[in-house]
Each structure stands twice: as C-alpha cells, then as structure tokens.
Design a protein around this ligand. Structure first.
Ligand code: FMN
Length: 353
C-alpha cells in the first residue's frame, strides 16, 4: 500500500520493528497523558482561511538563526537511531540535507559525529547536548561540535532524570548495549574524564551554568524543553538565542501541557526577543500552519522521522519530509497565505479554544 501521510509510516514501522524497539520509540512517560495530548490538542484548533488572494505562487522558505531552510520543518534530536535503521543518523543526515532542513543531532547518536557530518557535509545541523556531570566532557563535546560545523548548541533542559517509560521497564530495554557511541576523548584524556557511556545526564544543571556554556562556545544557545512563561523570561534574561517549546514527546514529566497549548505563553513572554520553535505531536501540514500561526518560527519532528527510517532508511526520512512539506504548502495555499510572513494569529479561531 502507498504511504501517503505520516501515520501510514507509523503503521508500517510498527510491523517492521521489534516489540522493544517499537515500544521505545512510541513510548511516553507514566500514563502517556501528555504524549497523547500533544496530538489531540492540535485537533481542537480550527482555522480561519482567507480567499481571493491569488495563491498561484506560495513560498514556504524561511530562516532559523539566520540560515535559510526550504520550509519551517526540521528534525528533533532522537538518540539510538540505529534501532530503527542500520546506519540510522547517517541516513537521517542525508535526507535532511536533500530536503534543505535542519537536523538536530542527539548527544546519544548511535553513529560517530564525524561520520554523520561526512554523510551530508552541506546539511544544516544543530548539536543537542544532554549536559553531563563532567564539565571537561561537556566542553569537549561542545567544542567538537563547533569544529565539525554544527551551527547551534541545543541544550535539553527537561531531563534531569529519564522519565518513567513503563514499556521499557517491562521489556528490560538495555540502551547501553545499543549506544555504540564512539569515544570522543583524546587518548591523553582517557584517564581524566569519563566517557559518554559512563557519564550519565547531569541533575545539577541550573541557570548559572548557561553563562559557562556561553564562555566556551560562540554557537548560539537554544534551550529545548521550556514550557512556562517564567522560564521563558529567564531564558531572555540569560541571553540565549532560542527556545524549543517541547515536552520531549511526552516522555519526561507526564501531565504537563501539550506543546501547542504551552506555545502561546512562551511566545508572549519572549516578546520577539528570540526565536521560538516547537516540537511534539506534529503530524500534518495543518499542524505546522497552526504552530506558526501561534508564534513558532519552525517546528521539529521526533517520532515520524524514526518511522521513516524504520520503513525505508534514508528514502523513508526523505518521503516523510516531502509529504509534510507538500501538505504544508497545500495548507498555506488553501488558507490564503503566500509567504511565511503572511501566517498570523488571524488564522486561528480562538472562540473554540
Ligand atoms: C525514540 C526517541 C528518542 C529521543 N531522544 C532524544 C534525545 O536524544 N534528545 C532530546 O533532546 N530529545 C529526544 N527525544 C525527544 C524528541 O527530541 C522530541 O522532543 C519529541 O520526540 C517530539 O515529539 P514527537 O515525537 O511527537 O514529534 C527523543 C524522542 C524519541 C521518540
């Protein structure tokens, strides 16, 4: 059967993956309330289209952190992509480069960062950091990413501990076995700093650490996982360059708001002082249009990329991106928006929210 929308890939990926890999990808924390809300909340929003506007030319191009992308669609960081396809992240990187979108590469990539960059040398990439307890290791990871040409540092802030994903516990999933990360330490550092495999994620990360990161890199810093106006205001105060409104696809604290519901308060608090992005629950072109109308500069996809990988590797990711880009182009056309600049809050029917 032809795969014509993102959820067609979801159904086929389920057939192709082992139960434990499927559960790992699909899983949310605890009762999966937030994971499911991310999708349901988009479906409550209704659009107000405008007609008679000559939509014979519709341009989906935009910029993020000053770099042009073909559409406001990117790839969220997800670790362990070799669970879905043998050369996981390398396929993802190639597909992102072909589609001219941004690929946020995870700290917990199963491929070596050099190989990911070599697979798609012209692609736009940001590096996602799970802050490690060892500062030397953090410094080395960030500076390595900067040397490799990553264009921004995305610090994930919602993971002081991993969320409680019940299926993974039941399946006794052992991610250490799948990590397969290359050891990025220089030989002389091997005794003095821990490797990623043994280091774990820092529980002590706090606002004061942001200035330390700013002192070790020239890359713009983007915080992933902000959900409230209070934290958005602190992000402005600490001079970061962007926020990804995210609840980790409902995999961390359960029963937090869906991302589309959290977006407006973050956008209002930031008041144009930095770019705001969103991930979580995006499955159609209309979802992209709604997120942009409510103030996101770009959206990012998590699970759909892994479905594409699981079905067809690089071709699957390319198809996922093309389907969503085409749907978004159609949504803009049908709603009367000829350019990204024409997408505004007027498109949203607030009386229903
Ligand atoms: C299998 C899987 C692995 C993930 N790994 C990471 C990661 O390494 N770093 C991170 O910041 N977020 C990670 N996330 C969260 C995603 O970046 C993203 O926030 C989320 O998947 C978006 O929701 P969606 O799946 O509904 O699109 C992961 C998500 C999944 C499903």
């Amino acid at each position: 059967m032809a795969l014509v929308c993102l959820t067609d890939f979801q159904a086929q990926a389920r057939e192709r993956l082992s139960k434990s890999s499927w559960d790992f990808i699909e899983g949310g924390a605890d009762d999966c309330i937030t994971r499911d809300d991310n999708i349901a909340a988009f479906k409550k929003i209704r659009l107000r289209p405008r007609y008679l506007r000559d939509v014979s030319e519709v341009d989906t191009r935009t910029t993020i952190q000053g770099e042009e992308i073909s559409a406001p669609i990117g790839i969220s960081p997800s670790g362990f992509q070799c669970l879905a396809w043998p050369d996981g992240e390398m396929s993802t990187a190639r597909a992102a480069q072909a589609a001219k979108v941004c690929y946020i590469t995870s700290t917990y990539s199963s491929c070596d960062f050099e190989d990911i960059v070599a697979a798609a040398p012209r692609g736009l990439r940001w590096f996602q950091l799970y802050v490690q307890p060892d500062q030397q290791l953090n410094k080395q990871l960030v500076q390595r990413a900067e040397c490799l040409g990553f264009k921004a540092l995305v610090i994930t802030v919602d993971t002081p501990i991993p969320g409680n994903r019940r299926h993974d516990v039941r399946n006794q999933l052992d991610l250490q076995k799948n990590l397969m990360l290359k050891d990025l330490r220089l030989p002389k550092e091997r005794n003095s700093i821990p490797s990623l495999q043994t280091s774990g994620i820092s529980k002590s990360l706090c606002w004061d650490d942001i200035s330390w990161f700013q002192s070790i890199t020239r890359l713009p810093i983007i915080l992933k996982g902000i959900l409230t106006k209070e934290d958005a205001e602190l992000a402005v105060k600490h001079n970061v360059h962007g926020i990804i409104v995210s609840n980790h696809g409902g995999r961390q604290l359960d029963e937090v708001p869906s991302t589309i519901d959290a977006l407006m308060e973050v956008v209002a608090a930031v008041n144009g002082k930095m770019e705001v992005y969103l991930d979580g629950g995006i499955r159609t072109g209309n979802d992209v249009l709604k997120a942009l109308a409510l103030g996101a500069k770009c959206i990012f996809l998590g699970r759909p990329i892994l479905w594409g990988l699981a079905c067809k590797g690089e071709d699957g990711v390319r198809e996922i991106l093309n389907i969503l880009k085409n749907e978004f182009h159609a949504s803009m056309t049908l709603a009367g928006c000829r350019s990204i600049a024409e997408i505004s809050q007027d498109l949203i029917q607030f009386s229903r929210l």
